[in-house]
Design a protein around this ligand. Sequence first.
Ligand SMILES: [Zn+2]
Length: 306
Amino acid sequence: MVQDSLITQIRHLKALCVRKLGVVAIGCCGLAVSFSSAILISWTQVARPQLEPESTLLALLNEVSSDSPKLVDDSLKSPRPAVPRAQSWQSPLAKQCKDFDQPVRRRLEAIRKQLGQNREQISIDASNYGKRYRLDPWKQPIDPKPRMVVLHETSNTLSSAINTFKTYHPNDNDQVSYHTLIGRSGEVVDVVDPLMRAYGAGFSAFLGEWAVTNPEFMGSVNNFALHLSLETPADGYIGGRTHSGYTSEQYDALAVVLDEWMSQFGIPPESITTHEHVDLGGERGDPRSFDWGELQVRLAALKRLC
Ligand SMILES: [Zn+2]
């Protein structure tokens, strides 16, 4: 499939970058076949460079992003929807230039090292993600660079979310994915390459900005967002406005992943937000019971809030 070959291309290009940066891939293991969809699924463990220069990543983004959606000709019949009114976002993260928690910093550095050498990546069905676009269906330029993070929760187990992403979804409304998942034990599962467009949010905008990539739908933040989802605790599976929250291990892994993305793509802390905030349909409330204080301590310890 086109996306499969693109992912192969991205991984090849990334491997070249990794070699240029002097980091050696440590291997891969395992192949499995999904009998329901006959999609080749690979479970791969690869070395990830600690720091990929932003310029290198943007060059890769140019390689894998697309000029415009396929529907460009048909879409000319549809009017371009007006951009939504901007809703301000007051980040709960505060500037912090002192009183760093050194034990937290040492713990996060150890986790970063561990994840840098051994991080799980999965391949999902190609219907659930796509390329980032440089033009919208009306041939207006849109910036495909990831420049914000949307936090989510899975609403059910990690494996349930993964199964959904591996399932072929012919209907656009059912297609869904996040870039990265974080399980209850702090396990990090990379699902969609950050250079690709994960389908984490539907009708959505951030600070009055969205991108329309399909003229049959309103805009969303997906073309310029990175989506990260935390596994929901069991008492949150049945719905409700709150639950018992996320584990310390999840906040640790979250801080490490965010630190990496902020570094790679130059994302400021105030551009980390929630699905609840960007959702324009008024239906999303995730991630429920998220404790910004836990993230504050960790990102401050990593000197990301000064
Ligand atoms: Zn969500």
